[in-house]
Structure formats: structure tokens, C-alpha cells
Design a protein around this ligand. Structure first.
Ligand code: ZN
Length: 107
């Protein structure tokens, strides 16, 4: 079954849904229950390449200067622009997870 990604036009948040049919009507917003949601490009179709890109991004970050989280975040943002895909702060954090020792901005 395909997974579709939707964006709520009320609260502007994105969420994905597993749908049973291509013609299924968009579900209400997961966050605010609004019915004003737009279906984005099928995540199903591009899921693989997105995963690969994120893997590549993680790899790149691993070899980057880990003592400079600000630079890492900047790099992630730039790569997200290249993807034409907005990477949320949460996603960046999850990519950086493990590298962040919580020691703050030590240089
Ligand atoms: Zn919403």
C-alpha cells in the first residue's frame, strides 16, 4: 500500500498516511483535524532516494567537524535545499543523534 504525504494548509504541518487506495480522499490533519490538507508528491515513489540521500547526509556529517554543531546544522540545511526537500530540525537532530554529547558549543 502506498504511503502518501499530506500537508495541512491550516497549520502547515506535514504528515504521512498509509492509504488503501490511490483514490482515497485525504485524511483530516493529524495535528489539528482540519480537512484542508493537500496531498504532496507520493512518498512511495521517492521514498528510496530520500532514504539514500539522508544516509549520504549522515555519512557526510559523520566525517564532518563534530565539534561544530552549528556548521553541521548549516550543512544539513544546505543539503536539504539541494534535495528540494525541507528537512525539519527534528530530522536533523535525529541525524546528529549520537554525535551530540550535550557538551554544548565547545570548540
Ligand atoms: Zn493541521
Amino acid at each position: 500500500m502506498p504511503i502518501y504525504e499530506y500537508k495541512c494548509t491550516d497549520c502547515h504541518r506535514k504528515f504521512s498516511r498509509l492509504v488503501g487506495s490511490i483514490d482515497a480522499p485525504p485524511p483530516p490533519c493529524k495535528y489539528c483535524s482540519s480537512s484542508h490538507v493537500a496531498r504532496l508528491i507520493s512518498r512511495f515513489a521517492r521514498h528510496k532516494s530520500e532514504e539514500d540521500t539522508l544516509d549520504g547526509l549522515a555519512e557526510k556529517l559523520e566525517t564532518a567537524d563534530e565539534s561544530n554543531p552549528t556548521a553541521l546544522r548549516q550543512m544539513a540545511k544546505e543539503m536539504s535545499n539541494e534535495l528540494g526537500e525541507e528537512i525539519s530540525d527534528e530530522e536533523i537532530e535525529s541525524i546528529l543523534e549520537g554525535d551530540d554529547t550535550g557538551s554544548g558549543d565547545e570548540v
